[in-house]
Design a protein around this ligand. Structure first.
Ligand code: HDE
Length: 489
């Protein structure tokens, strides 16, 4: 007799008598359909996979906390979780690569996702960023095409450098991020040795209704370190889970990684006149113009108990704001406000917010009901409509409305008015040491060299040249080509 507490059961709780031998008619079978434990076991196994994330499919997660270290930050935002020095908020983070599938190698050259969920007392605040302060494109309408070029060729099912560089060379706004990606930060040493950025501009609103534009920077307390491309390539073969393993082991042995959060704060009116469009995610703001202000510290101190439950089912969304933090008009951010919760409804279902890792710590209270996998009591006997005459039913709180803001212009499909894609990419190049430039050029040549379309290579060389003639000349030389005369003219 097995202790009752330790008994193997079916999912309806009935004890299982034999988990090694199916019930057969005679010793040789066939198998009887009345072996309901066998049927349930196979049927559940058949449904174990859910759709992987369409991007950022490979990742690792951890729990931790965020603690405010600067009392002054409430000058800029009324966000409750940032209201006072010493305030701690539990959080969960997921790091990821972008283009690879769920089982792909960690050490590839790719941006890394840096998705943070703060479980605040006023609901979850998700800051879904990357380890790069910029992005390849600046309008959500281009994202599905861009990602198609990063994924697999529709016929060969191979990664396709022609698709990648064709798209990039025809989308010069990508040049800044292409340069960043092929530099030393393109392959982080570990998830612990990289910074995180909100990338977009967000809006903060304080208690007096004053508005500010802000950018988030999580600076790694472990330092920023890259991985040599050769070592990274080798690791992709010998230990494709290198970064996942590193994060788990560090936390497991009590070596808790941490990041210091800073913000750049831009006075609201400056957005009209700043030399860069502050809502263009392909550009940064100068730290001289808007110095970083410390906000607090994020510490990761607990590994997930179960990968699928906590990491695979984690659902981050840039649409998860809290009072005091609002969207900016950034056209990429605006698209993301739709896309994430939409993909979660597909991947995890309409009630995905009830999965423990996604559940806010405060009580949710609304008139939404029913749907697949509603597991929280569904509002019980409470009425499910509004307006109503009952004081005990949920009421809107006007004090949490967004801060009104003015808009201008005509509605149309329009590009951004700033079209200089070269200055900041060139500045980044010029900031690199001689060896850094050498590694960048080698990485570009190694990658672009696999593109077989000469017109694409020449077009892309033209972009590098316009960022910095030395950059263009060196890439051209590496590829055995000349910078096109019309670019030099
Ligand atoms: Fe994402 N992105 N993205 N993205 N993204 C997703 O959401 C999308 C963008 C980022 O660890 C998806 O849950 C659109 C920028 C991270 O679970 C999807 C656009 C930045 C993660 C999606 C962008 C990111 C995602 C896929 C252009 C950095 C992983 C599965 C408008 C600032 C989150 C999912 C995690 C994941 C859409 C661009 C970061 C499809 C439409 C820019 C870290 O919703």
């Amino acid at each position: 007799m097995v202790d009752k507490k330790n008994r193997l059961t079916t999912s309806s709780g009935a004890p299982v008598g034999d988990n090694q031998n199916s019930i057969t008619a005679g010793r040789r079978g066939p198998t009887l359909i009345q072996d309901v434990h066998l049927l349930e076991k196979l049927a559940h196994f058949d449904r174990e996979r859910i759709p992987e994330r369409v991007v950022h499919a490979k990742g690792a997660g951890a729990h931790g906390y965020f603690e405010v270290t600067n009392d002054e930050i409430s000058k800029y935002t009324k966000a409750d979780f940032l209201s006072e020095k010493g305030k701690r908020t539990p959080m969960f983070i997921r790091f990821s690569t972008v283009a690879g599938e769920a089982g792909s190698a960690d050490t590839v050259r790719d941006p890394r996702g840096f998705a943070v969920k703060f479980y605040t007392e006023e609901g979850n605040y998700d800051l879904v960023g990357n380890n790069t302060p910029i992005f390849f494109i600046r309008d959500a309408i281009k994202f599905p095409d861009f990602i198609h070029t990063q994924k697999r060729n529709p016929q060969t099912h191979l990664k396709d450098k022609n698709m990648v560089w064709d798209f990039w060379s025809l989308s010069p706004e990508s040049l800044h991020q292409v340069t960043y990606l092929h530099g030393d930060r393109g392959i982080p040493a570990t998830y612990r040795h990289m910074n995180g950025y909100g990338s977009h501009t967000y809006k903060w609103v304080n208690e007096d209704g004053e508005k500010f534009w802000i950018k988030y920077h999580f600076v790694s307390d472990q330092g920023v370190k890259g991985l040599d491309e050769k070592v990274a390539d080798e690791l992709a073969g010998t230990n494709p889970d290198y970064h996942t393993e590193d994060l788990f082991n560090a936390i497991d042995k009590g070596d808790y990684p941490s990041w210091t959060l800073y913000v750049q704060v831009m006075p609201y009116e400056d957005a009209k006149t700043y030399k860069w469009d502050p809502f263009d995610v392909t550009k940064t703001w100068s730290k001289k113009d808007y110095p970083r202000i410390e906000v607090g510290k994020m510490v990761l101190n607990r590994n997930p108990e179960n990968y699928f439950a906590e990491v695979e089912q984690a659902a981050f969304s840039p649409a998860h704001f809290v009072p005091g933090v609002e969207a900016s008009p950034d056209k990429m951010l605006q698209g993301r406000l739709f896309s994430y919760s939409d993909t979660h409804r597909y991947r995890l279902g309409v009630n995905h917010e009830q999965i423990p890792v996604n559940r806010p710590v405060n009580e949710t209270n609304n008139y939404q009901r029913d749907g697949y996998m509603r597991v929280d009591g569904n509002g019980g006997s409470k009425y499910n409509y509004e307006p109503n005459s009952y004081d005990h039913l949920p009421k809107e709180d006007e004090s949490t409305k967004i801060e009104p803001f003015e808009i201008e212009g005509v509605a149309d499909s329009m590009p951004y008015s700033h079209a200089d894609h070269y200055t900041q990419a060139g500045d980044l190049y010029r900031l690199m040491s001689d060896e850094g430039k050498e590694r960048l050029v080698n990485a570009v040549v190694g990658h672009l060299g696999q593109c077989t379309m000469e017109e694409v290579k020449l077009r892309q060389i033209g972009h590098f040249y316009k960022a910095d003639p030395d950059y263009g000349e060196r890439v051209a030389k590496g590829l055995g080509l000349e910078v096109p005369a019309e670019v030099k003219a």
